[in-house]
Design a protein around this ligand. Structure first.
Ligand code: LMR
Length: 330
């Protein structure tokens, strides 16, 4: 074999084909029948179809490959190519701006949320990932979090003394301490068992996660506080992404845009459905706050925003508040 043919065959090997497709390992921590799980599946279908089999997307749900913290390390090392971690998980990487998503009641509605995540503020936030070797492709929604516990929680003071499983987020930690609760950071995959064993006795999640992780088996009460946000950034290893043939990257970007529209369309429906399913189990009693009670939660948690403004960036916080004002929220 001449140097020329060696070069040609090496080059040919690096070009993905239907026979030897380029594999994207997409790892995540939730169940397949959640907004994130279903959007990942939709992305897989769209990407494989658009690239005529030159790309294969292998999805690893439910922490089957990596847990929360490990998956971010694996992406940076190139062991997996794509993830959709919850936004709370970027703070520990040193990207403080992402902590804004954990600020209680920062998004007064879904329209405000989407105008932030799907507009210039969202794009600017994604660009902050680049120095970490990560390219941010999209924001996927999973709605607002509610509180669950083994005793009824109606007013903020009912949180006193509860030991609450939280994600690894400084804002959520302070939020729980503000309520007089004791936060305990645990990986998502460990939450069920920690609740079951009594290591913790409360947590926060949107109904879709609560239902698909069967937390209704180990939590007697759920209160519809909607106090915090849970969404995802779909991310890829930057080196991998930049090294893709341009036509493939373009096809994948198109598939991602479509999967994102899908994700953000099903998020509310899936959570509404999950909430009904939780009620139907009869195992967790769901409590809807009165408007006065909800105001008490807002008021109690307002200092958290004040406390973090400096750290997250005053400008970023006020740009979100301005976005809210455009929709008539003060
Ligand atoms: C959690 O850890 O509670 C969530 O981030 C899990 C997820 O990805 O929805």
């Amino acid at each position: 074999m001449t140097a020329f043919t060696t070069h040609i065959s090496a080059y040919a090997q690096s070009i993905p084909s239907a026979q030897s497709p380029l594999v994207i390992k997409f790892s995540h921590v939730v169940a397949s029948n959640t907004p994130k799980g279903e959007a990942a599946q939709r992305f897989k279908e769209l990407a494989e179809k658009a690239t005529h089999g030159r790309v294969r997307v292998d999805i690893f749900p439910n922490s089957s490959l990596y847990k929360d913290k490990e998956e971010l390390e694996a992406l940076q090392l190139g062991a997996v190519q794509m993830l959709a971690p919850s936004l709370a998980k970027f703070g520990p990487l040193g990207i403080k701006e992402f902590e804004v998503f954990d600020v209680p009641y920062i998004f007064p509605s879904k329209e405000v949320l989407y105008s932030v995540t799907q507009g210039p503020i969202g794009r600017s936030l994604l660009s902050k990932l680049e120095p970490k070797g990560i390219t941010g492709l999209a924001f996927w929604d999973n709605g607002f979090k509610d509180i669950s516990a083994n005793r009824p929680v109606h007013s903020p003071t009912d949180m006193k003394g509860l030991k609450v499983r939280i994600q690894s987020s400084k804002v959520i930690d302070v939020q729980m301490r503000t309520l007089g609760a004791v936060p305990q950071v645990l990986a998502f995959s460990e939450a069920y068992q920690a609740l079951q064993s009594g290591f913790v006795n409360a947590t926060e999640n949107p109904p879709s996660n609560f239902y698909t992780q069967k937390m209704y088996e180990v939590q007697k009460h759920m209160t519809l506080t909607g106090h915090g946000y849970l969404g995802y950034a779909v991310i890829v290893n930057k080196k991998f992404w930049d090294g893709l043939p341009t036509d493939i990257r373009d096809e994948l970007n198109t598939a991602m845009a479509e999967a994102t529209t899908y994700a953000n369309t099903i998020a509310q429906q899936e959570n509404d459905r999950a909430l009904e399913a939780i009620k139907k189990t009869g195992k967790t009693k769901v409590y809807a706050l009165t408007p006065q009670e909800k105001n008490a939660w807002r008021k109690e948690l307002l200092p958290v925003q004040k406390e973090f403004e400096q750290r997250i960036g005053k400008e970023l916080v006020s740009s979100i508040n301005k976005e809210a004002a455009k929709f008539g929220y003060q």
